[in-house]
Structure formats: C-alpha cells, structure tokens
Design a protein around this ligand. Structure first.
Ligand SMILES: Nc1nc2c(ncn2[C@@H]2O[C@H](COP(=O)(O)OP(=O)(O)OP(=O)(O)O)[C@@H](O)[C@H]2O)c(=O)[nH]1
Ligand SMILES: [Mg+2]
Length: 330
C-alpha cells in the first residue's frame, strides 16, 4: 500500500538530512512526523520516526548531563634568557608581581580567581630579558589541566606565598602537592640522579609576598621553618616594590646562564644583544645558538674577556665565561 507522502513531508526530510546538531535533527523529525498521513500504510514509517526521535532525545539529555570538556592548551615559546612560570594559591599576588617586573598588564584584584588564563611578560635585567608567565591559581579543587604542562616546559618557577594570610604557608603546600600528583616536582635544586624519568623536576624560588601586612613577619618564621631547607626563599611586597630589585637579580642568577657577545673579524663587538647559554658552555655549544652550521664547521675562536688575554685564540672546547666577546672562525 502506498504511503502517499506530501511534498511538504519530502521538504522536511531534506532539511533533516542537512541538519547538523541533534536539536536541529529532532525539530525536523517532529515536523516530518506531523506531516506523515496517519493511516495503515504509514504505520511502519511512523514507528521509525518515533524511534529516531526517542534516540535523539536520549542523546540530547546525555549531552546536557555530560558536557564535553573542551581542552584548552597554551604554548609560550621560550624568549630571552629563560622562562619562568609564576605559580601559587589564589590572591597571592602573582599578577601584581608580573605587572611590577614587566610591562604586561594582567588584571589584579582583591578577590581570588581573578586570573583565568596565562599571561606572559618580559622582565629586563641589565642587557637581557627573562620571560615570566602568570597563571591561574591552584587550589585543592582547582588546577587548569594545561598548567602542569606549562610548568614542565619552563626553565624554572616562582612559587608565590601570601604572608598576609594565616593559611598562606599551607596553601603553598597544596600547590606543591597538586603538581606532584602529575609528576611535576617543584624543587630548590634538581637531584643528582634520577630513576623515574616520567618525573619532571622544576627548579623553584619561593616568593614570600606581602611582607608589609600585619603578622607577616611571624608567618615568615613559619615559612622559613617549613621551606627554607627546600627552596631559596625571597621576601617581597610586590604591591609596594619592596625587595624587588634584589629579587630581579635573583631571578636572573637562578637561571644559571652566561652572556656572550659576538663580533665579526675587524669589526667592533655587538654589545647590545648577547646570546645566553648555560654556565659551563663551550665555544662550540655557544656557536650552535648562533647558527646550526657552526656545530660542524667551527675551527677556532678568538676571545676577549676576563679569563683570557685579549684576542686569545681558543679551540672549540674552550669553556666560556659571562660577558666574553667571541669571534667565531670556520
Ligand atoms: N598589601 C599587599 N597587597 C598585595 C601585595 N601584592 C599583591 N597585593 C594585593 O593582593 C591582591 C591579589 O593580587 P593579585 O596579583 O591579583 O593576586 P593573584 O595571585 O594574581 O590572584 P589570582 O589571579 O586570583 O590567583 C590584590 O588586591 C593586590 O593589590 C603586597 O605585596 N602587599
Ligand atoms: Mg592573578
């Protein structure tokens, strides 16, 4: 027996085929169901449409109860002499610190969970720059999934502690624990040997902030007792700039890098833009930063600096010092 479907039904069916979301599909199916002539010959079609509508309703309900987690990720290519992540509990002053040390302007506010996304800035130190990245806070219940990846990729971390809050020292412990759960260990110094290579150790300075507030000195005593053996502790008041100049030095020094300036034969050195490389780097290791080809082609170098006679010729394996001027020869 013929079902005799109307052109309107076929139109609705075409719409259904083009529909993208479950809600759109359901709307089309309802329309189709209304347009099906209700007689014996169309019973099977009516039953099919009902089944499809019921399945879609289930799908929509399920999606409402279990929203898909949209994974956010951030990627900050390292810039300057090194990259630090600023970490800590809510309201510790992470964003304020970034505004004091760089020209970045993240929101700073007197309530927790102000920062929702990472925010990068460049800190000047003498003739180099250090990259600092502010992050959303970490608590027992809250840590953005991408934060641990950022920490693992960074050269080091600044762990901020609020000396204005009795819980400050303990909230920092939570931050350390949360990261440790995902095999990201904040440490003052990396262990000499490592058995478990899935663990990433990240060298960290503990930053005791808000020393200007009442009771901060007493809390600092507790902080030192809890953490001084584990991390270098720096005391500041980011809001007022207290201790920031020494802290700026400490941030650079902790990277353990040296500056090296390059010069072309017969020309003065470019003293404006040093290369930075790890303390203990050799001439050839440094040259690889300048250009990959030097790794194979470099024959020797002439050096001007504190540890050599001016213009002394050295081999590829000569160890460099901070502020050396290097002329590379192929
Ligand atoms: N008294 C005092 N207040 C400070 C100091 N540093 C920051 N604050 C204040 O502390 C509050 C929180 O500062 P933020 O920099 O927004 O803190 P945060 O750690 O980024 O906070 P979240 O983004 O929520 O994690 C603001 O009201 C700041 O002005 C300080 O050294 N002393
Ligand atoms: Mg913030």
């Amino acid at each position: 027996m013929a079902t005799n479907l109307t052109p309107q039904y076929h139109e609705a069916e075409e719409e259904y085929k083009k529909a993208k979301t479950p809600d759109e599909k359901l709307a089309c199916l309802k329309k189709m169901f209304q347009l099906v002539p209700k007689h014996k010959a169309s019973e099977k079609l009516q039953a099919d449409l009902k089944t499809k509508m019921s399945e879609l309703k289930d799908e929509i309900e399920h999606a409402k109860k279990h929203p898909k987690k949209v994974g956010v990720s951030y990627n900050f290519p390292r810039q300057g002499a090194g990259q630090y992540l600023i970490l800590g509990a809510p309201n510790a002053g992470k964003s304020r610190l970034l505004t004091r040390l760089t020209r970045a302007a993240p929101e700073v506010a007197a309530y927790p969970f102000t920062t929702r996304e990472p925010y990068a800035g460049m800190m000047d130190w003498q003739d180099v720059k250090v990259q600092l990245i502010d992050t959303p806070p970490i608590t027992v219940d809250y840590m953005e999934a991408y934060v641990s990846n950022l920490v693992r990729a960074a050269d080091a971390a600044l762990l901020m502690l609020d000396l204005g809050d009795d819980d400050g020292p303990f909230l920092v412990e939570t931050v350390i624990d949360r990261l440790a759960q995902v095999k990201t260990m904040l440490v003052g110094a990396k262990p000499a040997t490592q058995d478990d290579y899935s663990i990433q150790y990240v060298r960290t300075l503990l930053v005791a902030n808000k020393i200007d507030l009442d009771g901060a000195q007493d809390r600092l005593d507790i902080v030192k007792e809890m953490y001084a053996a584990k991390f270098p502790v720096h005391v500041i008041a980011a809001e007022h700039g207290t201790g920031l100049e020494d802290f700026r030095d400490a941030i650079y020094q902790f990277l353990n890098v040296i500056r090296v300036y390059t010069k072309q034969p017969g020309k003065p050195a470019d003293m404006t833009a040093p290369f930075t490389c790890p303390i203990g780097s050799t001439v050839v290791e440094m040259a690889a930063h300048v250009h990959r080809d030097f790794t194979d082609n470099l024959k020797s170098a002439r050096i001007w600096g504190s540890s050599v006679h001016d213009g002394q010729t050295v081999g590829r394996e000569h160890v460099l010092h901070d502020r050396d001027v290097v002329e590379l020869h192929v």
